[in-house]
Design a protein around this ligand. Sequence first.
Ligand SMILES: [Zn+2]
Length: 300
Amino acid sequence: MWKQNHRVKSDVLRNYSDWLSYKEVVTLSLETLSLPSEKEEVKASKRGRPTADMLKCTEYLRSGQKINVEHKLQLTMVDGKVCNALSQTSSAKCYICQAKSKEMNDIDKCLQKAVHKEHYEFGLSPLHSYIRFFEYFIHVSYRLDIKKWQIRSAEDKTQFMEKKIQVRNKFRSEMGLIVDMPKTGGSGTSNDGNTARRFFNNAGLASQITGVDEELILRCAALLQAMSSGYKINADKFKQFALETAKGLVEKYPWFYLPPSVHKILVHGSEVIESAIISIGELSEEAAEAKNKDIKSSGT
Ligand SMILES: [Zn+2]
């Protein structure tokens, strides 16, 4: 399998490396490394991470001069499941600081934890981040009346389900969005990048439907938009804004622990942005996502 990927990748680089800018070559090479079929986390953990020696040096001529281009692989377009598998971290923990679910709302404690800087290279996955933030807000919304992390009693379960149905119906009637419904075929839910972007682009209506704080939705929207903009981000300002947002969320909804994917952006986002070789938005996984269908249909 790797041999085949390697051939495709080398062709891409050989054909285009004389006119693509450095960052475009990087993007293409990563796109061709999209993980095929099976479940992503299983594949990743079975196979281990690809290494740079799987790529041959690319040679090309420019003005009669031979130029050798060496390639360095960085896994910047992988989603949380793959990061967890590669870093051998449970999905309930942060793969950067190892914080557990129940520690996530103590932001200052999380900031004091030792971090695995080598995992910064996994990037921030702007597209998946949109979906994970959106899901955070709707799960908070379902619990606004009961104010509990775990739904155990029959009474809580009934109340939770009633609120969930009410919120989903409002999304459908007021925004035309089908939210949090299982996909036909059984994999995942209807929550995709489009649903999440519509939510964050209409913070006022999203707040009315869900009952969650509009200001907090807007703050998260600003962070997500900055991350996917492709512009270079001022990491210090991002950090300050993200930490204020994290503290705002846990103050307002202390009974709901920040999910690891939301914690990653708010607590570690600025360091990941600072360590990225190009702007974090250019490391978007959208190209890889676009290849999912091809990869699945190839059955490799
Ligand atoms: Zn962490």
